[in-house]
Design a protein around this ligand. Structure first.
Ligand code: FA5
Length: 338
């Protein structure tokens, strides 16, 4: 039996020398020292020995098992060290190689103007409000003083998904939602967002475009506050030499209402005016529906078409450039506002 033990130890020694990786080493371990391995099998033979030989043999098998385990463990360390060294060697980074050039993105011109106006209005104490694009008829029209069958609904022909749900036609429903949220407290908000109308696409109209709504409600708010705010905004956007012109207009949710034009120098040197937004004093009925007493509170509101601002600011000839993601167009706005 001791002969057998000796042979086994020698055999493992030889096989260990041929082991090349951790998988092979594991196979060896299983073959010899696992529960069903050869060493355990030898233990099983203990029963066949005369009683007096058993203790000596048992202890010899245990010694062999321990020696084998130590040798396997040492080999495992050696293989692990070697693998680590190999991977360090393989994964070495050559810092002298030229790097990859990443293509720098640009902020979309519409977003640049939105961010610019957000900065201006937050600086004036306004909050930024948000609302859903798929809107309920009630907020988009009724709370804006456009009852069902009101003829002025035709001014904003819409995409309905069911009889009471539509893609919002303007950012004004965010006014309604914010008034209800503020529960009669004074407020100053702007809300940028996408809006949708069944307009035919042409160089200055799109069926989907972007607006920024502004709304201020407080005591003693006059038309003068609106005019001053609009002038500040226009000069911030286009430069201190610009003038604005207010033309009487009609919106069911404001009274009086105006359309606002901004001055520009025509190619022949004359001064011209272009319409960029609608505005007015909040209609008493809209205040009432929003939870404000119109005898105590007044407000002003405005709604700007962001595309029209960018078109005017950078002399763009077609609104559709904003939506086609042509990099040649977009890359011209790299760093314009920052
Ligand atoms: C409105 O949408 C009102 N809700 C604005 C308003 C808000 C008035 C608060 C008073 C108080 P209007 O339909 O005029 O108004 O649109 C406002 C701006 O959106 C226009 O001046 C224009 O710049 C832009 N606009 C309108 N239709 C289109 C379109 N199809 N494509 C691109 N821009 C458009």
């Amino acid at each position: 039996m001791t002969e057998e033990l000796k042979r086994l130890t020698e055999k493992i020694g030889e096989e260990l020398g041929a082991v090349k990786d951790l998988n092979e080493l594991e196979e060896l371990r299983i073959r010899y020292v696992s529960k069903k391995g050869e060493v355990s099998m030898l233990m099983g033979k203990l029963r066949d020995l005369p009683k007096e030989e058993r203790p000596a043999f048992g202890s010899a098998v245990n010694d062999v098992k321990q020696t084998i385990e130590e040798v396997l463990h040492a080999k495992k360390r050696e293989l692990e060290d070697r693998a680590l060294l190999e991977s360090l060697e393989k994964e070495k980074i050559d810092v002298t190689l030229p790097g990859y050039a990443f293509r720098q993105g640009t902020i979309h011109p519409l977003n640049q103007v939105i961010e610019d106006l957000e900065d201006l209005f937050v600086g004036l104490g306004y909050e930024i409000a948000d609302g859903p694009e798929l809107e309920n008829d009630y907020y988009n029209f009724e709370m804006m003083n456009l009852a069902k069958d009101h003829p002025a609904r035709d001014m904003q022909d819409s995409f309905y998904t069911d009889p009471t749900t539509l893609l919002r036609t303007h950012t004004s429903p965010v006014q309604a939602r914010t008034m209800l949220e503020k529960k009669g407290k004074p407020l100053s908000i702007i809300c940028p967002g996408r809006v949708y109308r069944r307009d035919d696409d042409d160089p200055t109209h799109s069926h989907q475009f972007t607006q920024i709504e502004g709304l201020v409600i407080d005591r003693d708010i006059t038309f003068g506050h609106l005019k001053d705010t609009l002038l500040k905004m226009v000069r911030h956007l286009f430069g201190p030499e610009r003038e604005i012109r207010l033309r009487p207009s009609y919106f069911p949710f404001t009274e009086p209402s105006v359309e606002v034009d901004v001055s520009y120098v025509k190619q022949n040197g004359e001064i011209g005016y272009i319409e960029i937004l609608g505005a007015g004093q909040v209609h008493p009925e809209v205040l009432r529906m929003g939870g404000y007493d119109p005898d105590t509170y007044q407000g002003f509101a405005f709604g700007i078409g962001v595309e029209r601002i960018v078109i005017l600011k950078y002399g763009i000839d077609d609104i559709r450039h904003f939506y086609t993601n042509d990099l040649r167009f977009l890359e011209q706005f790299k760093g314009v506002n920052r």
